[in-house]
Ligand binder design. Structure first.
Ligand SMILES: Nc1ncnc2c1ncn2[C@@H]1O[C@H](COP(=O)(O)OP(=O)(O)OP(=O)(O)O)[C@@H](O)[C@H]1O
Length: 366
C-alpha cells in the first residue's frame, strides 16, 4: 500500500483548453494517506471518474504529477502502477470457476500454489463466496459476479491502492448494505488503501473514514463524516451532505448580526467580524437538525427567537420536517418525532454555535 500525492494536477479533455470551464479538473493538490479508507463523493459529472482514472493510469493528466510514496508515476502505464480497480460492472472470466477468477491476479504474479490457495480462501470467506469457489462464474447471478470482481481487486496484498468506481450500482439494495459493511471490515482486517467513488452520501458515510467531496472538478472538502456534517467547508457540502441539506440564505452583516430581509440573527462575534471584513457575497448556513422551532414565547437558553410562520409539517416516521418562512426564504427544521408542532405562527431559534457563515461559498472559520 502507498501514500498517493496529487500535485498541481489538472485535466482537460479538450485539445486547446483556455478557460477554467474547459477543464474537467481545473487544479488539484491532495494526499491520500497509506492505509486510508476514502470515499470520493460528488454529483454526476463532477470529475470523480476522471480523477480515479488519473490515479490508476488509464488517463494521462494534462498537467501535474501523481506520486506513489514520493515516486513520480505520472508517465507509467496502469499495469506498471500496481493498482487494482473495480468498476461499476463485473469484470470477470465467465468460463472460469470462482476460485480461478480470484486466483488469476496471483498466478499472473507467480505466486506459489499453497499461497494462492490460502489467500483465495481468505478473500472468499470475507465475501461469502466460499460455497461458490468450485462453480463456474457464468452460472452465478449479477450480485455474486460483482462480488467476484471485488474479490479480484482485493486479492493482491501488494497493490498501492484499490480503486472502486461505483461498484455497488447494479447490486440489490439489501446486499449493497451488507457489502458496504464487508468493505469496512476488509479495510480494518487487511489494512488496504481504498478509494471508493460514489454519488451516494449514505454509501460514502458508512464506508469511509475520510470523505473527499467533489464539486465542479474541485475537491471542496476532505473530512470525516462528522466534520462534513458539523463544519461544511463549502456551501455545496452543506447542501449535498445531509437530508435535507443545510439551509443557506444570502445575508449582510451588521455588528454581530446577520441581516436577512430586515430580520436580524445573532452570530458568533468572531465569525461575524471576519465576514464583515470581506467584500464577497455572504450566506448564512444552518443545518435543519440545529434550527429550533418553538410555538411558545420562551426559546431554548442561549438563543433569541425570530418570528416565523410554519407552513407545513411532514411526519417522516422517526422525525418531523417543518417548513418555515423567514422573510422571502423557506427554511427546513428537522425535529424529533415526539415534538408536537402544527402550522401557524412560531419562533425560529438559531444557536450561534451552530450557525455558519460563507463568503463566496467558502466557510468563514471561527
Ligand atoms: N472521454 C471524455 N471526453 C470528453 N469529456 C469527458 C470524457 N469523460 C468525461 N468527460 C467530461 O468530464 C467531466 C467529468 O466527468 P467524470 O466522468 O469524471 O465525472 P463523474 O463525477 O465520474 O460523473 P459520473 O458519476 O456521471 O460518472 C464531465 O463534464 C464529463 O462530461
Amino acid at each position: 500500500m502507498a501514500r498517493i500525492d496529487l500535485v498541481e494536477l489538472s485535466h482537460s479533455y479538450r485539445p486547446n483548453p483556455r478557460s477554467r470551464d474547459d477543464y474537467a479538473l481545473p487544479k488539484l493538490n491532495m494526499t491520500w494517506k497509506d492505509g486510508g479508507a476514502y470515499a470520493l463523493l460528488g454529483p454526476s459529472g463532477c470529475g470523480k471518474t476522471t480523477l480515479l482514472n488519473i490515479i490508476s493510469g488509464l488517463i494521462q493528466p494534462s498537467a501535474g504529477k501523481v506520486l506513489f510514496d514520493g515516486q513520480d508515476v505520472t508517465s507509467l502505464q496502469p499495469q506498471q502502477r500496481n493498482i487494482a480497480q473495480v468498476f461499476q460492472f463485473p469484470v470477470i472470466y465467465d468460463t472460469m470457476t470462482v476460485f480461478d477468477n480470484l486466483a488469476f491476479p496471483l498466478r499472473n504474479r507467480g505466486w506459489k500454489r499453497p499461497d494462492i490457495q490460502k489467500r483465495v480462501e481468505e478473500i472468499a470467506e470475507i465475501l461469502d463466496l466460499t460455497g461458490d469457489l468450485k462453480n463456474r462464474a457464468s452460472g452465478l447471478g449479477a450480485d455474486a459476479k460483482q462480488k467476484i470482481s471485488m474479490g479480484r481487486g482485493l486479492v493482491r496484498p501488494d497493490v498501492a491502492a484499490i480503486l472502486f468506481d461505483e461498484p455497488l450500482t447494479t447490486i440489490d439494495q439489501h446486499l449493497k448494505w451488507t457489502l458496504r459493511r464487508k468493505l469496512k471490515q476488509i479495510h480494518a482486517q487487511l489494512k488496504l488503501s481504498l478509494i471508493y467513488v460514489t454519488h451516494d452520501q449514505v454509501e460514502a458515510m458508512t464506508f469511509a473514514e475520510q470523505v473527499a467531496v467533489m464539486y465542479g472538478g474541485e475537491v471542496v472538502q476532505m473530512g470525516s463524516p462528522q466534520e462534513l456534517f458539523e463544519e461544511p467547508a463549502h456551501t455545496f457540502v452543506g447542501f449535498f451532505v445531509g437530508s435535507p441539506g443545510m439551509n443557506l440564505l444570502p445575508c449582510a452583516i451588521e455588528g454581530n448580526e446577520a441581516v436577512i430581509d430586515n430580520i436580524r440573527i445573532p452570530l458568533d462575534p468572531e465569525r461575524a467580524q471576519k465576514a464583515a471584513a470581506t467584500n464577497s457575497p455572504l450566506k448564512l448556513g444552518i443545518r435543519p437538525e440545529f434550527l429550533g422551532v418553538v410555538k411558545t414565547e420562551t426559546t431554548p437558553s442561549g438563543t433569541i427567537g425570530v418570528p416565523t410562520v410554519i407552513e407545513s409539517v411532514e411526519d417522516l416516521g422517526n422525525f418531523k420536517i417543518a417548513t418555515t418562512r423567514l422573510g422571502t426564504h423557506r427554511l427546513k427544521a428537522k425535529l424529533p418525532e415526539t415534538v408536537e408542532i402544527t402550522p401557524g405562527p412560531a419562533q425560529l431559534c438559531f444557536p450561534t454555535a451552530r450557525t455558519r457563515l460563507y463568503a463566496d461559498d467558502r466557510l468563514i472559520a471561527a
